[in-house]
Design a protein around this ligand. Structure first.
Ligand SMILES: Cc1cc2nc3c(=O)[nH]c(=O)nc-3n(C[C@H](O)[C@H](O)[C@H](O)COP(=O)(O)OP(=O)(O)OC[C@H]3O[C@@H](n4cnc5c(N)ncnc54)[C@H](O)[C@@H]3O)c2cc1C
Length: 385
């Protein structure tokens, strides 16, 4: 089932695009995703086809060569990708989030220069906020920048960087170490072809094993002055604004994983017989299926509402946090039930639900854990003094 509610009025073009992505993901990504899970090779082997489909420029405006999708269509596409390849979904979600930061926060001519190449297979980007000592508390980040003639030198180590092994662009937060702006967090777009960048792949992940995760070490990496985004001191705000949209993407990833789990559950419950009957005829199994359907529909409604708010320009952090919190927790519960319905078969990696169970787990951790989403939601209602 798609992400969009039945009554949603998508244009014919958007509806066709979503359908085309679903077919592409089913035929081109599903079997690869299973292989990436086994050997930890990377989604980036399909950068060419992803680029040809326009999936690397979903949110880039038409006039800059992108597909110019609204946020609802974007979320619906991530949902379809996650049904068949959660790893591809996050690869595109992070890249799109960085592109959107540039679209909304960068002045011309740099905005057009960067975004007009965003859809190319060699223009993948990464979002470098987390550090070893700065996860939920991103403000504790220690990477530093120093002004030199014509730009800045960035030093520091960024942790958990999705797309990090292949990325051409690194959106990075670093604090000024010198001058009148000393201590201020700033956002920089670093060209991955610059000197002084070391990439180390993180292996052994529980799930989304086709998605690249890396440690990125910047050692006095030069960034031209025009690559600093926003005002001095606005670095954290630039990243938090990116995460506001990004969290809707992770929520759509979660609904896609949950949808795949539900499909597998229903199909197995029909075909597997015990005590001379299909197991779906037992009340306990039917209850797991029914609860999963209800939670999935509720999650989709929250994702759709959050995306609608972005499209209406009325977005606030609460809507995206609610969507991410609910959808990711629901995906974990539904994946748990999917394994349960499959019994022993679901415990073995030949069975897709075993992988989906592991893939679902990350959705309640990255781009802000469930605990952090609850803090964001509660603060909107009762602001801390
Ligand atoms: C596969 C993967 C990909 C990632 N990709 C990226 C990326 O592309 N870019 C990027 O910048 N980061 C990325 N991350 C980092 C991710 O966003 C962080 O892991 C996440 O924000 C949590 O930070 P942490 O791991 O340091 O956990 P911690 O912050 O150390 O949290 C540990 C536990 O304490 C809880 N906790 C922390 N503070 C509070 C509080 N105030 N109240 C209640 N509970 C609290 C947390 O909820 C969690 O349960 C990725 C992580 C993974 C695993």
């Amino acid at each position: 089932m798609p992400l969009a509610p039945i009554e949603a009025k998508l244009s014919d073009d958007d509806a066709l695009l979503i359908e085309a992505v679903r077919d592409f993901a089913r035929t081109e990504l599903l079997s690869r995703d299973r292989a990436w899970d086994k050997d930890e090779s990377s989604v980036t082997e399909v950068m060419g086809p992803l680029s040809e489909m326009g999936l690397l420029s979903l949110l880039v405006p038409h006039e800059l060569g992108g597909l110019g999708c609204c946020y609802k269509t974007y979320a619906a596409i991530l949902h379809e990708l996650a049904r068949f390849s959660p790893s591809t979904c996050v690869t595109i979600g992070v890249h799109s989030m960085v592109g959107r930061v540039l679209d909304k926060g960068v002045l011309e001519p740099m905005r057009s220069e960067w975004l007009s190449q965003w859809g190319c297979a060699n223009s993948l980007s990464a979002f470098c906020l987390s550090e070893a000592g700065a996860g939920s508390d991103a403000s504790a980040a220690k990477a530093e920048s120093v002004e030199i003639g014509g730009g800045f030198r960035i030093s520091g180590e960024k942790m958990w960087v999705t797309n990090g092994m292949t990325a051409r662009w690194f959106l990075t937060m670093a604090r000024r170490r010198d001058g009148s702006e000393s201590g201020m967090p700033c956002a920089y777009l670093i060209d991955g072809e610059s000197n002084g960048i070391e990439r180390t792949k993180i292996t052994g992940k529980m799930g989304i094993r086709g998605s690249e995760t890396a440690i990125i070490n910047f050692d006095e990496t030069f960034v031209p002055a025009a690559h600093r985004l926003g005002k001095p001191g606005s670095g954290l705000d630039v990243f938090l604004a990116g995460l506001n949209g990004g969290r809707i993407g992770i929520a759509a990833q979660a609904t896609g994983i949950a949808e795949a789990c539900l499909d597998e559950m229903v199909s197995y419950a029909r075909q597997r017989e015990q005590f001379g009957r299909p197991i779906g005829s037992f009340a306990a199994i039917a209850e797991m299926i029914a609860d999963s359907r209800v939670e999935l529909e509720a999650a989709k409604a929250l994702v759709w509402r959050a995306a609608q708010e972005v499209d209406d320009g009325s977005s606030n952090r609460s809507a995206s946090s609610m969507a991410k919190l609910y959808a990711s927790e629901a995906a974990n519960k539904i994946a748990y039930r999917a394994v349960q319905v499959h019994g022993g078969t679901g415990y073995v990696n030949e069975c897709r639900v075993e992988q989906l169970f592991r893939d679902a787990r990350i959705t309640s951790i990255y781009e802000g854990t469930s605990e952090i989403q609850r803090i964001v939601i509660a603060r909107q209602l009762a602001p801390a003094s």
